[in-house]
Design a protein around this ligand. Sequence first.
Ligand code: NAD
Ligand code: ZN
Length: 260
Amino acid sequence: MMAFMTSAPIAPEIPGAIIALARAARRITVLTGAGISAESGVPTFRDAQTGLWTQVDPEDLATPAAWARDKPYVNAWFLWRVHLISAATPHAGHRALADWARRPDTDLRIVTQNIDDLHERAGSEVLAHLHGSLFAWRCDRCERPAPTPQAPAQPRERIEPDTCPHCAFGEIRPGVVWFNEALPERELADAIRVCRDADLVVVVGTSGIVQPAASLPHLAGARGIPVIEIDPRPTEFSPFATHVWRATAGAALPALVAAL
Ligand code: NAD
Ligand code: ZN
């Protein structure tokens, strides 16, 4: 048996139909999930080995009930995420999306479920952060915005939240959408609009489990708009995608944008 070895990473082969769709599209909607940040070292929730949720029950952390029960515990966990994400850097896949958006005659809209800021730091404008942001803290009572608190350099189990300087009653919570909370209205409306008016929808790195975000690509599919999925593993959406590309975001997106 012969074995072939190479020293350079192999550029992923782009399915021809995907290049053709990407070249023809003018209005492109990109839906991203935790998987696009994986190659920046930010763990996805459901990744078997590294998913944050394999060690921690989300019900203990990312719910209004958890916050009501133990604010310092929830606060410390989210501040540790601030630390980790601040230390992470965008990768070539994030940058490729920013490059794609700068091409002439191109209107590329990014809708993300991610609470990190890696798209922005790669030079992209994000139309909608469906699940809020780790960098948009606010008062849990009067809702007025507050600066992101100082993140610890080491993980800590408990950190007292700051008291709101405006109302003096509330405490400062992360601006992320917790389980059992509603999505921000403007963001959701924009996401729905750009899934309906696109020439092409590209779904990258989302398992398609968390609703209502998981329904968005179906809005496009129902209108006959082609939907491409880029994900190394099968997802809930895979059977409905027009084309599936089994590749990572960091390999696929730079290759695709280079081929435009
Ligand atoms: P998920 O964890 O449910 O699914 C991640 C998907 O990414 C999987 O389908 C996986 O196969 C895929 N994936 C893994 N590595 C990849 C890679 N290198 N390139 C492309 N795809 C890859 O994530 P979700 O669908 O976004 O939903 C989980 C929820 O978790 C969301 O609400 C999101 O807000 C939150 N979350 C956010 C972050 C973040 O902001 N970076 C991180 C973890 C979780
Ligand atoms: Zn307040």
